[in-house]
Design a protein around this ligand. Structure first.
Ligand SMILES: [Zn+2]
Length: 152
């Protein structure tokens, strides 16, 4: 099924569902596509509503936002790019999580079982502790520490 935005000769806009563009053309030719508001079968396809501004907006057309090239990312090779993105992700994690250190497994459990306030935390866990949390259905994610040790 495809949906077409349609406009009748009285200016009514509506949607029509068709099996294919060919089916729409065939139905339209036979006058089977009628406007639900006035019944006119003089209809035509118009650009999809998502790409179509209303009349008031057209007086002040929005200036298309040009994507600014990110100066930190422009012209870098893929490896550098990955490093920049990775360090940004780490920054994101660091600013939005609370460091609970080696208390991490216990605190993650307390949060999971509503014994501690729900919040994003980070910390250390051994492989066994990590596996145990996963086994209990507690959502945890592992991130390798950067070699520079900038987490501390
Ligand atoms: Zn109409």
């Amino acid at each position: 099924m495809i949906v077409f935005d349609l406009l009748c000769d009285q200016g009514h806009r509506f949607e029509g569902w068709f099996g294919s563009a060919r089916e729409f053309a065939s139905q339209r030719r036979r006058g089977l596509v009628g406007c639900p508001s006035c019944g006119s079968s003089k209809v035509k396809r118009v650009p999809s509503a998502t790409r179509f501004s209303t009349r008031t907006e057209l007086k002040n057309p929005p200036v298309p936002q040009k994507a600014q090239p990110d100066p930190q990312l422009a012209g870098r090779d893929p490896l550098q790019l990955a490093q920049v993105l990775y360090s940004r992700m780490l920054d994101e994690i660091l600013t939005k999580t609370e460091d609970v250190g080696t208390e991490f497994p216990a605190e993650a459990r307390r949060i999971h079982y509503d014994e501690a306030p729900a919040r994003a935390i980070r910390g250390q866990a051994t492989q066994e502790e990590h596996d145990a949390l996963v086994d209990e259905g507690i959502p945890v994610a592992r991130f390798p520490l950067p070699p520079t040790g900038r987490l501390n």
